[in-house]
Design a protein around this ligand. Structure first.
Ligand SMILES: C[S@@+](CC[C@H](N)C(=O)[O-])C[C@H]1O[C@@H](n2cnc3c(N)ncnc32)[C@H](O)[C@@H]1O
Length: 251
């Protein structure tokens, strides 16, 4: 299976879903309501926006333009349709681009949002690339798959470590990710762990439903098998890892 087949199958599997990764609108709204230091008319970007779960929420919350960046035209088309349906299209600017190579003016963003996407670049690499885009006092809210324990080899069952060492070798503990943020010239204002039920209700259950509807090809079957392994692992070991939302301010 080539990487291109794999990527196309992954996109196909997530087509039509509200979210392409774990998240929750109510949880995100709570984070936004605690961001009190933003300017009244913030310049906003959602990087790795997928079909726009975050971008649409940001547009609704702030009633401001959201630069919504993703490499997939499929997801951006879905975002555009959903923005129209929600009467938010005037606030959404879909941009098909590599979020690691944005040539935007320095200090041009006040709020950078990125959910479930930074790992494509690696958390630290993503923060280092995105840091110049942020204005003085700018805020980045970035979710990252994180270990919930400090001593991973001692505390975490071996099968969970083995799986994630292969799937995401640079996955860090929350303390490691805080250190990565500091090294990238950010202060960590707060962190929030996405509740377990959000994984199931908003992501894995719709994804399982989609698996039953989708036309099976060898590439799709491969991606389904991988996803099932990931889901089974989460069922057993979600006490040990999950998505942490890091609320960061530029130093
Ligand atoms: C797990 S999905 C999360 C999508 C969305 N933020 C959400 O929470 O529903 C990760 C997204 O990152 C996008 N992506 C991956 N690498 C990218 C890159 N280098 N530049 C832009 N988007 C990228 C994928 O197409 C996908 O939509």
């Amino acid at each position: 299976m080539s990487q291109t087949d794999d990527r196309a199958a992954l996109i196909e599997l997530h087509r039509g879903l509200e979210r392409q990764g774990p998240g929750d609108a109510h949880f995100s709204s709570k984070i936004l309501s605690n961001l009190t230091s933003l300017p009244p008319k913030p310049r906003i970007a959602d990087l790795g926006c997928g079909a726009g779960a975050g971008a649409l929420l940001l547009a609704k919350h702030y009633q401001r333009e959201v630069l919504a960046v993703d490499s997939s035209s499929v997801f951006l088309e879905e975002l555009t349709a959903r923005a129209k349906q929600a009467d938010l299209e005037h606030w959404i600017t879909p941009i098909q681009a590599d979020m690691g190579k944005l040539e935007w003016p320095v200090a041009s963003i006040d709020l950078l949002w990125s959910e479930g996407a930074a790992y494509h670049l690696g958390f630290e690499q993503a923060l280092k690339r995105w840091r110049p885009l942020l204005a003085p006092n700018g805020i980045a809210v970035v979710s990252e798959l994180s270990w919930f324990t400090e001593d991973v080899p001692k505390d975490v069952p071996e099968s969970a470590i083995a799986y994630w060492q292969n799937a995401y070798p640079t996955m860090g503990t929350e303390a490691e990710n805080r250190a990565r943020a500091s090294r990238s010239d950010f202060t960590v204002l707060s962190t929030y762990r996405l509740p377990n039920r959000a994984w199931w209700l908003n992501y894995y259950e719709p994804l399982r439903h989609r698996m039953q509807q989708i036309e099976i090809t060898p590439a799709i079957q491969f991606v389904i098998d991988e996803t099932e392994t990931e889901i089974e692992l989460f069922e057993r070991f979600s006490d040990f890892y999950g998505y942490t939302f890091y609320v960061l301010q530029v130093v």
